[in-house]
Design a protein around this ligand. Structure first.
Ligand SMILES: [Zn+2]
Length: 86
């Protein structure tokens, strides 16, 4: 699990804007991310502990990768909808 902070996702977010991978929702906080060029698919999971957000990806990266950053906007939308309907 890697902590998601503005600094830790900065580079990954820039890469995600270029790569534009295909993100599918498996369930809230669980996503499937596919590289449109290579077809490689990885699974991303998020966890929240207090005010700290953590992300995990099945790819070989040891830092926050663009798979994780690609899922963040969708995760934020789903999270806000869950708060509204709760
Ligand atoms: Zn990844």
């Amino acid at each position: 699990m890697l902590e998601i902070t503005k600094q830790s996702i900065e580079k990954a977010t820039a890469k995600a804007r270029i790569a534009k991978p295909l993100v599918k929702v498996i369930e809230f906080r669980r996503y499937s991310v596919t590289n449109r060029e290579t077809g490689a698919t990885y699974e991303v999971r998020f966890t929240k502990v207090g005010n700290h957000k953590f992300g995990e990806c099945s790819c070989p990266a040891t830092k926050i990768c663009y798979h994780i950053s690609s899922c963040l906007p969708i995760n934020a939308v789903l999270a806000s909808q869950m708060i509204q309907t709760a």
